[in-house]
Design a protein around this ligand. Sequence first.
Ligand SMILES: O=P(O)(O)O[C@@H]1C[C@H](O)[C@@H](CO)O1
Ligand SMILES: O=c1cc[nH]c(=O)[nH]1
Length: 329
Amino acid sequence: MTETTGYSGGGFVHVKNPHLDSMEEDILYHLDLGTKTHNLPAMFGDIKFVCVGGSPNRMRAFAQFMQRELGLAGAGEELPDICAGSDRYAMYRAGPVLSISVSSGLLSITVSSLLISISHGMGIPSISIMLHELIKLLHHAKCRDVTIIRIGTSGGLGIEAGSVVITDTAVDSSFQPRFEQVVLGDVVVRSTELDKDLAEELLACSREIADFPTLIGHTMCTYDFYEGQGRLDGALCSFSSEKKLEYLRRAYDAGVRNIEMESTAFAALCGLCGLKAAVVCVALLDRLQGDQIRASHEVLWEYQQRPQRLIAAFIRQRLGLGPAGRSQH
Ligand SMILES: O=P(O)(O)O[C@@H]1C[C@H](O)[C@@H](CO)O1
Ligand SMILES: O=c1cc[nH]c(=O)[nH]1
């Protein structure tokens, strides 16, 4: 059975589950949030950007970085983890953004949140659980026109370490644009197309940041970091160095420019639920040159900031704030 993407009108998030309507309460267990315990529309209804990435520290740092970049109140202060009651995922909010409008002589002040930053752990099962609950959260909160971006790390293929890859299509380990989910024992095949216009918009923003290369390419998503990505340095390895390079070169020839572990599930789930989605990952090394990640912690930290800087430029542009450093902070 094949399912295709579901962008549709209204800009709302589409959950495709008829059972949800008859549930009295929806407990988002791994986020420690729920429809009876929390006022989700009040907490999240204004969210326009959701950024996800593997590690809680990176996602906290990203939310703090965005507070500074967007000149938001509370920049520099500690941010509370909205999911602190669960130690599975961490969620941070950048905001509040205050907007003032006058309509029919009435002054109205709106306080909105704008952006949330959430960690998803490593691999498809982990991001998949987080996305089910996050997508339901956005649905219950009645969010509209949400853009969701995975900002991550990856192994590059034939590209310089530190390059940033914007994914056009996420492919599986046979280089196919599909995500296979087993449902009641049957394999359901889902499309992994990402939003092409969003990818181009991000690439255009990257021209503002000249100090690292950014490119568009396919991203290969695997179920494992070692054997699954053709590494010779795992606890198990049954193939030769020649076989590994032959596989990686085939991937390169199929258009793959980086390898990570979440993009197919991310693209499939977001696409089916009507979310405009992008994947932006920095390459920590060139896998045609080796397997071990040898860069220092300082270099790796700076690499991890590259997708964040690109997303900051993108959000600033979407908000009409102009390039960093030129707005009134
Ligand atoms: O977003 P991150 O950097 O956590 O994603 C990549 C893919 C795997 O989850 C992990 C492997 O090191 O890094
Ligand atoms: O090689 C790499 C580096 C980061 N993440 C991956 O999945 N693979």
